[in-house]
Design a protein around this ligand. Structure first.
Ligand SMILES: Cc1cc2nc3c(=O)[nH]c(=O)nc-3n(C[C@H](O)[C@H](O)[C@H](O)COP(=O)(O)OP(=O)(O)OC[C@H]3O[C@@H](n4cnc5c(N)ncnc54)[C@H](O)[C@@H]3O)c2cc1C
Ligand SMILES: NC(=O)c1ccc[n+]([C@@H]2O[C@H](COP(=O)([O-])OP(=O)(O)OC[C@H]3O[C@@H](n4cnc5c(N)ncnc54)[C@H](O)[C@@H]3O)[C@@H](O)[C@H]2O)c1
Length: 476
């Protein structure tokens, strides 16, 4: 048994915990997958490195509507893939070598591990580890439906699809969430024929209803969207596959495709860790139970010196949330007598699909349910990109900002944006919510650059119709 001051399971967000504080202490970092975790290797970063060229490729169609004829001559998938992974693989490899070879106090175990007791672990090769403090940052993995043919090499998840040797001509995408939306936009922009099937209607069903409805329509105008269908079976046909899909009414159809991309959700990796051997609590869906200080729980009470963070324990499954929790855990490991809490009040998200989507706070439905309980008054406004000068410049017909606010306090409750650079436009709204800036102060307490697209946010704030208190300062 080797003893460590700190053992970290997972080298994604977990890797950032090894601060200079640990320079003279013994640390073990354990990861059986690719060093650097999901976001770097198979998640946020490579997907966005495909999403950006996809945006450029799709500009050809937009330009035609503005009197600029361009042609999409060729998409060099192998060149794109090699550029993306040439950069990413080097970062992953550099990080691994730094931990493994350059830091005397850090031991890297490049293998999977599981608990044998509350503070003891065994790795796949049988190495045993005991640590004073432990952080579980083991992430999540893609769920695969249990259907015949799911193991065929033509069936991919986000883990493998970005490394395809060639751009596939026909892609069947299963699922209607973030992953499906992003890849459908990428492949269709590059000229692949995309069929997206989703069990439920509409797409992005956890978004505000107006976003789901409008995104489903926008997606259907770009690629073939079929709602109320699931994957029933896949069989090899030629070099590709014949997929059988089943409709909500029990009817079946077949779809020919070169590849199938399964994007039907992700589950915590907690089940790989033998948590019962440690005696820690699990949430009903299998996530590791933590309190607001990210402390792992046993029988409802925190376990001293054991923390969890990221996808293994939170339901957000977002990198900026894992990063935030990692900063909290890094502090708490170093200051056990002065613990910090995580702040999950205003967690934003963005889907880098086409059109882009960004969101923070409550949906209208959630806000109205909440208001009914509290007896408060909810007000909403929807402002189309096309009502602003920049929207005219873009000839935009789909983009919009939807705001939800509490009339009495003047505070924003939720913001939902669909359209060009939604992930940028939403940031001042996140800031207002996080720092308690009310709607009238935000709308009229500052200048808004004219004629920037951001005017759509200004106009949405004004459209909420919340009066500024008498005597409030105005800048514009
Ligand atoms: C395709 C895709 C796109 C995404 N895009 C975005 C985005 O744009 N923005 C965003 O905010 N989020 C995005 N996400 C989500 C984001 O990637 C995750 O929320 C984030 O990476 C989770 O970080 P983590 O540190 O919790 O886990 P991970 O980064 O997954 O790290 C966990 C590590 O633990 C290792 N591990 C697992 N089990 C064990 C074990 N038993 N023993 C040892 N090691 C183990 C794994 O090998 C892995 O390396 C995306 C996800 C996917 C799949
Ligand atoms: N931009 C981002 O922040 C980003 C991008 C990608 C992924 N992620 C994270 O990764 C997580 C996983 O994403 P995801 O899209 O895989 O999951 P998801 O949970 O968002 O969506 C899964 C979808 O698949 C559908 N589905 C499930 N089983 C099905 C079946 N058998 N047949 C047809 N449809 C089925 C569901 O109805 C749902 O629409 C997300 O929670 C997200 O937080 C984030």
């Amino acid at each position: 048994m080797t003893f460590y001051d700190l053992a970290i399971i997972g080298s994604g967000s977990g890797n950032s915990l090894i601060t200079p504080f640990w320079d003279n202490r013994k640390v073990a970092i354990i990861d059986g997958g690719t060093f650097g975790g999901t976001c770097l290797n198979t998640g946020c970063i490579p997907t966005k490195m495909y999403a950006y060229p996809a945006q450029l490729a799709s500009a050809v169609k937009e330009a035609a509507g503005l009197g600029v004829d361009m042609a999409l001559e060729q998409v060099h998938w192998p060149r794109m893939r090699d550029r993306i992974f040439g950069r990413i693989d080097a970062i992953s490899d550099g990080g691994r070598r730094y931990r493994d070879e350059e830091l005397d106090n850090v031991s890297l175990y490049a293998e999977y591990a599981r608990f044998t007791g509350p503070k003891t672990l065994v790795t796949a090769s049988g190495a045993t580890i005991e640590a004073e403090q432990i952080v579980i940052a083991a992430g999540s993995r893609a769920v695969l439906p249990d259907v015949p043919g799911i193991d065929l090499p033509q069936v991919h998840t986000s883990d493998s699809v970005m490394r395809l040797p060639e751009l596939p001509g026909r892609v069947l995408i299963v699922g209607g969430g973030f992953v499906a939306a992003e890849f459908a936009a990428v492949f269709s922009s590059f000229g692949s024929q995309v069929i997206q099937i989703n069990r439920s209607a509409p797409l992005l069903k956890s978004a505000d209803a107006l976003v789901s409805e409008r995104f489903t329509a926008a997606a259907a105008s770009r690629w073939d969207v079929r709602l109320g269908w699931t994957l029933a079976a896949v069989e090899e046909a030629g070099g590709g596959v014949k997929a059988t899909i089943r409709g909500a009414d029990g009817g079946q159809e077949t779809v020919d495709a070169d590849i199938v991309l399964v994007a039907t959700g992700r589950v915590t990796n907690a089940d790989t860790l033998d948590i019962p051997a440690a005696g820690y609590d699990l949430e009903a869906d299998g996530r590791i139970a933590v309190d607001a200080w990210q402390r792992v729980q046993r029988n409802g009470a925190p376990v001293d010196g054991v923390y969890a963070l990221g996808d293994v324990s939170n339901a957000y499954q977002l990198k900026h949330v894992a990063n935030h929790e990692a900063r909290v855990v890094a502090h708490n490991l170093e200051h056990p007598d002065n613990l910090r809490r995580s702040d999950h009040r205003f967690v934003p998200s963005a889907v880098f699909t086409q059109p882009q989507i960004a969101s923070v706070g409550l949906t209208e439905e959630q806000a109205r349910q909440d208001a009914e309980l509290k007896g408060s008054d909810v007000v909403t406004a929807v402002q189309e990109y096309g009502t602003t000068a920049y929207g005219w410049a873009m000839e935009d017909r789909t983009g919009f900002v939807k705001l939800i606010a509490d009339r009495r306090s003047g505070m924003l409750l939720g913001a939902h944006i669909m359209g060009h650079e939604a992930s940028l436009l939403i940031q001042p709204l996140i800031q207002a919510m996080s720092f308690g800036l009310d709607v009238p102060s935000m709308a009229r307490g500052q200048y808004w650059i004219h004629p920037a697209l951001m005017e759509v946010v200004e106009n949405a704030l004004l459209a909420l119709g919340i009066e500024a208190p008498a005597g409030a300062a105005t800048a514009s």
